[in-house]
Design a protein around this ligand. Structure first.
Ligand code: CU
Length: 112
């Protein structure tokens, strides 16, 4: 094993083990914006579990993900992805929309 790897490998393993590196009870859910619509429009997530939402914008214009009941909003520039921490959500339905294209960009988060 090269000397550098011998130094780096244990550090890497320790960082993977660390609870700070990313909790195992965290769920990552993906949402895509395309043609000014959200895919999927019905987004199911586990209730009372820490949820991270990754919102990717495949359009050529910016969009803003906005979910009023969960008080989350974030601008997503073209060709980029943002991370929205939803946190632990109670069971229920939470509508969201794209503030810049409200007529077409809408959906609902279903937590159960
Ligand atoms: Cu807004």
């Amino acid at each position: 094993m090269p000397a550098l790897l011998r130094i780096i490998l244990p550090i890497l393993l320790v960082s993977l083990w660390s609870p700070l590196a990313g909790a195992a009870d965290e769920v990552v859910v993906k949402l895509t914006i395309k043609d000014h619509r959200f895919i999927p429009e019905r987004l199911e997530i586990p209730a009372r579990t820490k949820v991270i939402l990754l919102v990717r914008n495949e359009d050529a214009e910016p969009e803003e993900f906005e979910c009023l009941p969960l008080r989350r909003e974030k601008i997503v520039f073209p060709g980029t992805e943002v991370r929205v921490v939803l946190g632990k959500v109670d069971a229920g339905e939470y509508p969201f929309f794209g503030e810049y294209h409200e007529a077409t960009a809408k959906g609902v988060i279903i937590a159960r």
